[in-house]
Design a protein around this ligand. Structure first.
Ligand code: SAM
Ligand code: MD0
Ligand code: SF4
Length: 380
């Protein structure tokens, strides 16, 4: 036991120095025992967050603008075949009105999320154009960065999102085990979903990747997700614990162990210390905020205004209509926690600008490397 503690502590020391960790070392961290080991893991995650972000947090306003979806993900309340789920589509003016209210309340970004209702058909330009228009209007009126989660899209549609002013493309693989993926995201292509993220990055969109935990994944699967996140050079990455949804094939599957979600979150912070990592209000509501921040998150997501008929995803109603998923409520919680501050919006905007510039430079350098290799090959 003492030997194990020593090993665990030494790995965290290396992580703090940002030295690369082996699969075995990452596994040891994922197996952290409750108490001393998790305390030290979370503390190290907070130290690394502090190094890159100080005590500043970013807040995301969440607009679930349409709950219609063509897919049948087994874990999701909004899967096509779930007759129990509430369906709606907000109009352009409703979306704009909600986004402006969120902006006034002090969020740093508008996260426009929807069921995958946009057909992949080439001739179906209309919904893509509509979404593009909404994005540019939100940007113009709120002056805030915009994230979109329209699901898998062809290149021309991703480009349209970028041209309309979207800053982020969020698309979660849930798992990087293709077999588990096929049991979760029924009938969807694993490789197409992964490739869409790479394609979106070519249009200078920042990318968010997500892991769903408590759905039968092994520790090796989680480590494979970390590898994939590294390979994709992801800008924001999250983990969400599974919440069972009535009317779905997984309604009787147990709720995820939140201790596991927190450990994965903290390890994400150790492996990707300078990236954005959300504490979602969409799993345990506001009650779950402090523990996620203590595990190393630096973004509060799923802030939803009351009285607009809006739903959450994993928690479709929790804390929404009683105005608890709001900036005001988050501020109260942060005050009670002590030590955190909400960032100024120019801090967030600068982060985005710098991250985009860094990625553009990386892309250019890899293109130059490719060119150089092909020239070298010619001279052989
Ligand atoms: N329809 C788009 C898509 O699937 O990419 C956008 C919605 S996406 C933001 C919904 C995400 O919420 C899923 O990718 C999953 O990670 C998470 N989620 C959905 N149902 C959940 C559940 N029951 N428990 C926890 N997380 C869930
Ligand atoms: C959240 N309910 O932030 C939202 C959602 C979509 N980009 C994010 C899962 O928790
Ligand atoms: Fe549709 Fe997204 Fe839910 Fe899957 S997770 S059923 S794609 S809304």
């Amino acid at each position: 036991m003492i030997e194990n503690n020593k090993k665990h502590g030494a790995i965290l020391q290396n992580a703090l120095q940002e030295e690369p960790l082996s699969r075995q070392e990452i596994r040891c961290l994922l197996e952290s025992c409750p108490g001393k080991e998790t305390d030290l893991l979370f503390k190290t995650a907070r130290q690394l967050r502090e190094k890159y972000f100080g005590n500043k947090l970013f807040l995301y306003g969440f607009v679930y603008n349409s709950t219609h979806c063509r897919n049948n993900c087994n874990f999701c309340y909004y899967r096509k075949d779930n007759t129990k789920s509430l369906r709606y589509s907000k109009s352009k003016s409703q979306i704009l009105n909600i986004s402006c209210k969120l902006a006034e309340s002090g969020v740093h970004l508008i996260d426009l999320t929807m069921g995958e209702y946009i057909s992949l058909d080439k001739n179906n330009l209309e919904p893509v154009q509509q979404l593009g228009e909404i994005i540019s209007k939100i940007k113009n009126q709120t002056r805030l960065p915009v994230m979109v989660s329209p699901g898998v899209l062809p290149d021309w549609a991703l480009k349209r999102m970028a041209d309309s002013g979207a800053d982020w493309y969020a698309c979660y693989q849930e798992t990087h085990n293709p077999d588990l993926f096929s049991r979760l995201r029924i009938g969807q292509s694993y490789s197409k979903r992964l490739a869409t993220k790479q394609n979106a990055a070519q249009f200078n969109l920042l990318i968010e990747e997500g892991i769903l935990c408590g759905v039968g994944e092994t520790l090796d699967d989680v480590i494979d997700s970390f590898d994939a996140i590294k390979k994709l050079n992801i800008d924001q990455t999250r983990v969400m614990g599974f919440v069972p949804q009535s009317g779905t094939p997984m309604e009787n599957h147990p709720t995820a162990d939140i201790k596991r979600e927190l450990i994965i979150l903290a390890v994400l912070r150790l492996l990707f210390p300078d990236r954005l990592i959300p504490a979602s209000l969409d799993v345990e509501g506001v009650m779950g905020l402090e523990k996620r921040l203590e595990a190393g998150a630096n973004v509060v997501t799923s802030i939803v205004p009351a009285g607009k008929g809006l739903a959450g995803v994993a928690q479709n109603s929790l804390d929404i209509e009683d105005s608890r998923r709001t900036v005001a409520q988050v501020k109260k919680i942060l005050l009670a926690c002590g030590g955190y501050e909400i960032a100024r919006s120019d801090t967030y905007n600068t982060w985005i600008k710098q991250r985009k510039a860094l990625k553009a430079l990386n892309n250019k350098n890899s293109a130059l490397d490719l060119l150089k290799t092909s020239q070298d090959l010619k001279s052989i």
